[in-house]
Design a protein around this ligand. Sequence first.
Ligand code: BYC
Length: 477
Amino acid sequence: MTTTADYTEKIPNNVNLHEDRRLQRALESWQPNFIQWWQTMGPTLPTQDVYLRTAVNVGRDGWAQFGHVAMPEYRWGIFLAERDPGRTVGFGEHKGEPVWAKVPGEYRAELQRLIVIQGDTEPASVEQQRNLGATAPSLYDLRNLFQVNVEEGRHLWAMVYLLHAYFGREGREEAEELLHRNSGSLDSPRILGAFNEETPDWLSFFMFTYFTDRDGKYQLGTLKESAFDPLSRTCEFMLKEEAHHMMVGTTGVDRIVQRTVEVMREHDTDDVGGLGAIPLPVIQKYLNFHYSVSLDLFGGETSTNVANYYTAGLKGRWLEDRRKDDHKLTSDAIMVDALSEDANGELSIGQTEVSALVGLNTDLRREYIADCQGGVKRWNRILEEGGVRQRLKLPHVAFNRKVGAFAAIEATPDGEKIPAQEWERRRGDWLPADVDKTYVRSLMQPVHQRGKIAAWIAPPRNGINGQPFDYDYVHLA
Ligand code: BYC
């Protein structure tokens, strides 16, 4: 395998695609369907070109190049991290055996399912974000949105390559389906809940890239451990691109909080609603929403699916090789969140002990939650440094859940179980209400002039690839 992408081919790749004519032809016949999907479901704002990075190499240094690109001509390609010839399975019942270059028959269905679910999220997010260009707060932000979009498109290519190369006719059919399901569609929605929600404004976009893309980071991290080596290598490279998406979310929220603090101080008021900034309670509500729907993406607290994936070697844990245990977990236990029932049949929020294997979704969710705390800490530092006494916080795990142990109950952000009626009455205090959404949307006026920025967000500290903030990141059509 070469590490450098071959850009002379119709589909840039570092997997020697030209050596497998059948596969090459199959992917080349999927390519126009992808372009058709991009044209109809991708970004709606017409542009001439965008300052984008394109992957050219999977090595450590200089893996990408930057330049102005007409978006439909972006070179979406197939890149796998370099193969480690001595790699062995790191966990489960095959631990220590050589990793697999092909799909073992007995795990075909499970692997295909994992790859389809992963693949389904990528185009979904592009669909969710398709109208955001029209209201971008600056050309810098517009460029970042499009960078995220083209890379999610490339991540779809990554999964489609695996489906075509390793899963035969069924894989090719699934690859078609990935373009037919659509975010929010009533007839054929995307598979996971959060990917059917709207991303109608930039506060939602930054919260999405902070919280939901971060689920992507953690899920890709577990698939990178997979014994199915092509999946592992694909995910390893995807994680490289994912880092930029995290940065967009983290600094996007930073900059909104920063601007809110400035306006609060300037006018000596907490109520910045009429002053063109986003009030902290509204930021908190958006945070509550995006965090809770992202917690759902980890599946149930207990899951036999995940136990089977782990035992089979298909999906590992976050940083598997740093865990100090036998990497089989057959006799280990874990405490997971659960509802407990008292003698009168009253349900309460508690915990229960289960086998470590069936609790693996919980294990991953906990890693994710700890990481999410990092963002809240940094946003609170901005508040503190600005002399503002309010703080943001992550709501309780039982809050607003649709999947898992707490799907059956309602709870406050502090984790107090409440009756459904009270939830209905008070949900607008905790989740974005129509009035909040309308206000946020009213701020979303496009700023498409070079070097200018909307009043509800602070400019970034740094530009992209060493360029200044006022660089001509995007040429509109
Ligand atoms: N919505 O056994 P359980 C990303 C289903 S994001 C709807 O607990 P399991 C990205 C579940 O499928 C990362 N349905 O689930 C981010 C199962 O159905 P079946 C995406 C749900 O299998 C931003 C049933 O409920 N990648 O990359 O242990 C931008 C029982 O559930 C949901 C992956 O997720 C839900 N939220 O775990 C762009 C990795 N949750 O089998 C990209 C691949 C569960 O009974 N997927 N269900 O019909 C997986 O590893 C696992 O399938 C899940 C769920 C973690 C999703």
